[in-house]
Design a binder for this molecule. Structure first.
Ligand code: GH3
Ligand code: MG
Ligand code: MG
Ligand code: MG
Ligand code: MG
Length: 315
């Protein structure tokens, strides 16, 4: 009923913009509104721009839909609804989903001039008052999605190693520390390994730095293949680490030994110059409560593997 001629014209304008923005296609938007007419209207607007849509008529259904569809990026949330109002729902959503992973946009025709502040204070990313022009609706929606995408990209870059795309030292320390705290609570020891390429400097010296890089990338792929169920990282240089989730130290030891032998056998296939190399590995099984202390133990075993002649696992 609030679709005026002007608003229809702005549809057409955005329609042409849309053809240049196919990236909207994968994004799902959840509409939460008790009015069937509003749900229909908003879902038409979204489908015009090829957004995927999920619908909920109240707060409880909204929480269910969020569970069902992990690809929901934005919740468009009415305020006045039976059982739970939109501001309360927003606060509830924030107990589980941060505003950096899921955007909530409050939307209301309320005459309360504090309504937008209330939505924002309870954790909404944005607010749109009704009636609105579709142009504003689409702009706010796409800006919120762009912001989520930018944050996700930055987060990924901050946590991964540029050369190999493996998780980096920062991520490994953060995640392993969290896991250690869980292990301590459950009275489990923590099992982690440090792995270092033998005589890597000689590879750079003999074949060049680019060939050295190729070896590191090839080895990273081999890690992904062998330890997909555990946490792997490039700690720096030619040094890697594995945190073993739910393994005994015997299982970890067996897996590492198989990996060491597989690298000894297959390393020439990792690089175009067919460079053979081996690994030295230190494995720690410890009840220490912080990641530095446990890595230090693994590093001591690694040092021993080096001094005992390399190409071996010490535990
Ligand atoms: P060891 O068997 O005792 O571990 O000897 P090593 O030669 O492997 O160890 P060292 O610590 O002496 O040398 C590591 C070399 O790794 C030195 C450094 O220039 C090289 N390096 C570190 N990061 C990179 C990288 O990203 N790319 C390449 N190509 N080389 C790297
Ligand atoms: Mg309502
Ligand atoms: Mg080395
Ligand atoms: Mg060294
Ligand atoms: Mg080293």
């Amino acid at each position: 009923d609030y679709i005026t001629k002007e608003i229809r014209q702005s549809y057409n304008y955005l329609e042409t913009q849309l053809r240049r923005l196919p990236k909207n296609q994968a994004v799902r938007i959840l509409i939460v509104d008790d009015s069937p007419a509003t749900r229909k209207h908003l879902s038409n607007l979204l489908q015009r721009h090829k957004y995927k849509v999920a619908l909920a008529c109240d707060g409880l259904e909204a929480l269910e839909q969020l569970n069902i569809y992990p690809d929901i990026k934005v919740v468009i949330c009415d305020n006045e609804m039976p059982n739970m109002d939109g501001i309360t729902l927003t606060a509830k959503i924030r107990q589980t989903y941060s505003n950096e992973e899921l955007a909530v946009i409050g939307i209301s025709s309320s005459k309360d001039n504090q309504i937008s502040a209330k939505f924002l204070k309870s954790g909404a990313n944005d607010y749109i008052s009704k009636p609105f022009y579709p142009e504003e609706f689409y702009c706010r929606l796409s800006q919120n999605i762009e912001m989520l995408d930018a944050i996700a990209t930055i987060r990924l870059q901050a946590n991964s190693d540029y050369l190999t795309n493996l998780p980096n030292r920062r991520y490994f320390f953060e995640q392993t520390q969290l896991n250690i705290e869980k292990n301590v609570q459950a009275q489990h020891s923590t099992i982690l390994a440090m792995i270092d390429i033998d005589f890597f400097k000689a590879i750079n010296d003999n074949y060049g730095h680019d060939a050295g890089d190729e070896v590191l990338k090839g080895l990273a792929d081999h890690f992904r293949l062998h330890f997909s169920e555990h946490l792997i990282a490039r700690l720096g240089g030619e040094e890697f680490a594995v945190y073993f989730k739910q393994s005994t130290s015997a299982e970890a030891s067996q897996q590492l030994e198989a990996f060491r032998m597989s690298v000894e056998l297959n390393s020439p296939s990792f690089s175009s110059k067919k460079i053979p190399f081996t690994l030295s590995i230190g494995l720690a099984d410890s009840n220490e409560t912080n990641v530095d202390a446990i890595l230090k133990i693994a590093d001591q075993y690694l040092y021993q593997a080096k001094s005992d002649g390399r190409n071996r696992l010490i535990t």
